[in-house]
Design a protein around this ligand. Structure first.
Ligand code: PEP
Ligand code: MN
Length: 338
């Protein structure tokens, strides 16, 4: 990293900072300019966690990190793109993963009927929450283990890989018994003990961006999972909170090419939560593929009006079929497979 000294820094401040850099295990090189002095600190600055220490030093103006704060998730560490595979679902390297299904598992008829329909129109994974993280404790909290059993029945019927959320570390073993991919929801993106715990599990993880998390924070959350030993991580942009009120969240699709340039992990987009409005979902799904996403996660319900959660952003089977026709054209134009 680069330690920029103030114009009025004294020689003793510079010498002090040289020692501080050395004490962090980094190699200092002093560069004296006509206006001010900078100290280049060479070495793995992430291991030292040292920006804060150096910033508070005497005569220091600012400290500029050179390396990204994440390491295992970085494209610099692994230049080959990661492909995540779970049963019928493949995400990455030119293969789009299309995960669809209801927000919540509600009944056998609902989940099996949805699984059959989405498979027919080209989905490769089945979503459905059995443990639901709801904003209100009075809202439907999910069918829990009974819901997991219905997801497994839908997989037996259709062959679709099951993607479902785990909200607490104590539920991981149970959820992993039934699920092919463990979803970490937006609210839990910074639940670091939960991230470590799914990192120790053998199941691939779908990690959603927190609505107020930066992209670096998303990558550092992925870093926890990778560091715990699980390399099968899919990142998901699902919209962030802004001052804008015409959509439930603001869906920043620039995240997709940005992440593709920084990480080897596959990146998918959730236009359902990202917009919160059924009519906006198909266009944003197409836009996500055009932006270079490796897949989509879409809420689909046999009768959105009757859904126990997120009906206002769910597609009917016919709307999903229509969305897939549009996505196929974009995928062909982009040279990627659905
Ligand atoms: C969901 O996928 O239904 C969900 C709760 O999403 P998020 O965590 O992105 O809000
Ligand atoms: Mn939902």
């Amino acid at each position: 990293m680069i330690v920029v000294m103030r114009r009025d820094a004294k020689e003793e401040d510079i010498q002090h900072m040289v020692q501080q850099v050395e004490s962090l295990g980094l190699k200092p090189t002093v560069l004296r300019g006509t206006e001010r002095t900078v100290i280049a600190a060479i070495g793995d600055e992430r291991a030292a966690a040292s920006v804060g220490v150096l910033e508070s030093g005497p005569g220091v103006d600012e400290v500029l990190p050179v390396l990204a704060p994440y390491k295992l998730a970085s494209l610099e560490t692994k230049s080959e793109k990661t492909v995540v595979r779970a049963g019928s679902l493949t995400v990455g390297n030119g293969q789009l993963g299309i995960i669809a299904g209801p927000c919540s598992v509600e009944s056998e008829e609902q989940i099996i009927g949805t699984a059959r329909a989405i498979k027919k129109y080209g989905a490769t994974g089945l979503r459905g929450g059995a443990f639901k993280p709801r904003t209100s404790p009075y809202s439907f909290q999910g069918m829990k283990e009974a819901g997991l059993k219905l997801l497994a029945a839908a997989r037996a019927e259709t062959g679709l890989a099951v993607v479902t959320e785990v909200v607490s570390a104590e539920d991981i073993d149970l959820v992993a018994e039934y699920a092919d991919v463990l979803q970490i929801g937006a609210r839990n993106m910074q639940n670091y003990r939960l991230l470590e715990a799914v990192g120790r599990s053998k199941r691939p993880v779908l990690l959603k961006r927190g609505p107020s998390a930066t992209v670096d924070e998303l990558l550092l959350a992925a870093e926890y999972i990778l560091d715990a030993g699980n390399q099968q991580v899919i990142l998901c942009e699902r919209g962030i909170r802004t001052f804008e009120a015409h959509t439930r969240f603001t869906l920043p699709l620039a995240t997709v090419p940005y992440l593709q340039s920084k990480t080897h992990l596959p990146v998918i987009v959730d236009p359902s939560h990202g917009t919160g409005h059924t009519p906006l979902v198909p266009a944003m799904a197409r836009a996500a593929i055009a932006a270079g996403a490796d897949g989509l996660i879409i809420e689909v319900h046999p009768n959105p009006e009757k859904a126990l959660s997120d009906g206002y952003q769910s597609l009917t089977f016919d709307q999903f079929a229509e969305m897939m026709r549009g996505c196929l054209k974009i995928a062909q134009a982009m040279g990627v497979r659905i």
